[in-house]
Design a protein around this ligand. Sequence first.
Ligand SMILES: *[C@@H]1O[C@H](CO)[C@@H](O)[C@H](O)[C@H]1NC(C)=O
Ligand SMILES: *[C@@H]1O[C@H](CO)[C@@H](O)[C@H](O)[C@H]1NC(C)=O
Ligand SMILES: *[C@@H]1O[C@H](CO)[C@@H](O)[C@H](O)[C@H]1NC(C)=O
Ligand SMILES: *[C@@H]1O[C@H](CO)[C@@H](O)[C@H](O)[C@H]1NC(C)=O
Ligand SMILES: *[C@@H]1O[C@H](CO)[C@@H](O)[C@H](O)[C@H]1NC(C)=O
Length: 693
Amino acid sequence: MTTSSFTLLPFLPPAFLSSAACFLGLRAGLLSVWLSGFLLIALSFYGTHLLSSSLNDPIRDSGFSHDSSSPRITIFTAPPPFDGSLEDRQSLSVRSWLALSSHVTVVLFSQHPSVSSFAQRFDSRVLVDSSIDFTLLGTPFLHSMLKRSEAYVSDIAVLIDPDTILLPDFVSTLNYAYELDRDWLLVASPLNFPHFPFYLDEEDRCWRQANGRRVRIRELQKMINQNGQSNSGEGKIVMAWNNIGGPLHGGVIPPFLYQRGIHNQWVINEVLTCKDRFVFDASSTMSSFFVSNPENEYTGDNNSVSRKRNWEYVSNSHLGQLYGSLFFSDKSSTLPKLLKCNKRYLFVNASDLSIVPSMAEVKTYHLRERMSGWRTREKISACISRRNSRSVKFSSFQKDQPMPPLTFPFHLESLLLLVADKNKTVVLAVAGYSYKDMLMSWVCRLRRLAIPNFLVCALDEETYQFSVLQGLPVFADPLAPGNISFNDCHFGSRCFQRVTKVKSRIVAKILKLGYNVLLSDVDVYWFRNPLPLLQSFGPAVLVAQSDEYNRTAAINLPRRLNSGFYFARSDGPTIRAMEKVVKHAATSGLSEQPSFYDTLCGEGGSYRVGEDKCVEPETKLTVKFLDRDQFPNGAYLELWQRRDVRGECERRRCFVLHNNWISGRLKKLERQMMSGLWDYDSSTRMCVQSVAT
Ligand SMILES: *[C@@H]1O[C@H](CO)[C@@H](O)[C@H](O)[C@H]1NC(C)=O
Ligand SMILES: *[C@@H]1O[C@H](CO)[C@@H](O)[C@H](O)[C@H]1NC(C)=O
Ligand SMILES: *[C@@H]1O[C@H](CO)[C@@H](O)[C@H](O)[C@H]1NC(C)=O
Ligand SMILES: *[C@@H]1O[C@H](CO)[C@@H](O)[C@H](O)[C@H]1NC(C)=O
Ligand SMILES: *[C@@H]1O[C@H](CO)[C@@H](O)[C@H](O)[C@H]1NC(C)=O
């Protein structure tokens, strides 16, 4: 199955609903009330200081700012890999940000080496952060980026598209906003500037024409604002917010994909709904633009890249529908606008063009009033109507607008090509919906260990959709039993038997496609990467975990082959032996585990060799049972009962620890979470970003 459409996902916890998110915001708000007394004093001191310095410095708005009292600004973005023509454009925008002020730091979210080598050119002013969640195609998740951005200390945070270029009036606008007496979110729509014949010179201080002539910033700003084309989509929006009061908003952001539509609108709406921040549109007071490049934008083309990208846009639309109270068109058009008339900033109500008296405005009004010569109502109105034209435009959505089907363009063969490592090896997990959190924790653990070559086989439609939205390399087993019981699919149950039989069938299929498989149940916690060791046993050897708990007994005794963690090579003997296991399991009333043992080690262990091997006489496949000290099962040495399970396993140099030999889904989950062998936060839907690995 490669196509699916759905109306409502059952995995939607109530905390994702808008009102609940606001409730979370409120609680954070209470804390900030306690803190704000002190902050207000500091802020107003800071504000007045800033004001006096700006009055003494009339050219403050026109050039590069190096004022030591300016707020520290951190600009966050996630660029695609820097290659070819893209590199010049990307590099131009990043350099334009750094040229704004020495207070600007840039954080690039990326895993790609080209981005790291690019960043090295700028010393500590450009940082690369790879510790966020990405999809299998390397698309970053917005919720993960925003969460991670909280780790950077800064006065103002900016989220921007990687190819948006900024000019110094951006910083002037931020400096103004920084004086506001409350938390705020600024949004702005960059202009589209198809032919931009200027470059930043070597020192990154001056913009120049192709012939080398210097262009004044004022001229450039004027030209951009006069000749830039309005940006029609809501895809590109610059967002900036003061960072002191805490996160952008207190709610939980669905797993939106960055730069794949909808998410900016969703975030803005969420902040508006929660009323914690003053949201305004500053499109008119700052010059931001991008040089449009048709190749790089989503056009709905039929080539393979855009077909693969297409589902990412659809995925965001689905999330928007699911988690959104966002789909209205009127609220956004009433965002107050920040305008600048004769060097004075004004907030204007976009619907009736009246001046909104606001916070900092009230503080600075009289001073500025006296300083500038003109103040007739007519002049202000004229200026307002002249400058009112630019604003952020939102697409209008209908709440129950029909959604295109969520089409995931990968089937098993294309996923194998995409994820397998150089040795054509994949790590396979087979999971049903009742284990989705454990699946995610397992995935997060593999990501932490930098093991990218994993695949997920979904046993049901819900797991499939959940995994698609989480950006996992997932395929559905068309023959999977339909309804996997939620709580009762434990060892020995009929449900368990059906599930385990899927596993050997899928493994055999992948082996026949030419790939080696490490099958790992999602309740196997990985401490270290076992692949190099497992691949060292050579051909015609199947390596498996032993389920024997008796310390002194042989590890290859009857029925002690654990079919939840084994490595199978794509070679003749292994494929033939796996086919025998599948055939045996299909006719057996038991689960798959006895089929494995009885087929490969003989009934009663008649093919045993020594204390840790079996040799199947027909195919000559050797089964090697893994050393239990390195690959302990859930009963061996009662490791799960230790006070410090992780410490104990690390001391013993375990590769993995299986959370088996326990009955019941909840007990299993509890045991693993309580021992800290858990890497997923299901409330924020992100991998836990802990410092320790
Ligand atoms: C898109 O490409 C597929 C195969 O690559 C083809 O079957 C289909 O007709 C194409 N659609 C359009 C609208 O060109
Ligand atoms: C803007 O003006 C409209 C129409 O006069 C009014 O309904 C609305 O409340 C005003 N908005 C703000 C933020 O003052
Ligand atoms: C689903 O479960 C119900 C009982 O819980 C059972 O009657 C039904 O046959 C199952 N459907 C499938 C497709 O397995
Ligand atoms: C590939 O297999 C060889 C041994 O066969 C091993 O040394 C090497 O580390 C493996 N490569 C990867 C990426 O696992
Ligand atoms: C463990 O195995 C040994 C034989 O190696 C046996 O004597 C002993 O009774 C077993 N212990 C348990 C608890 O089964």
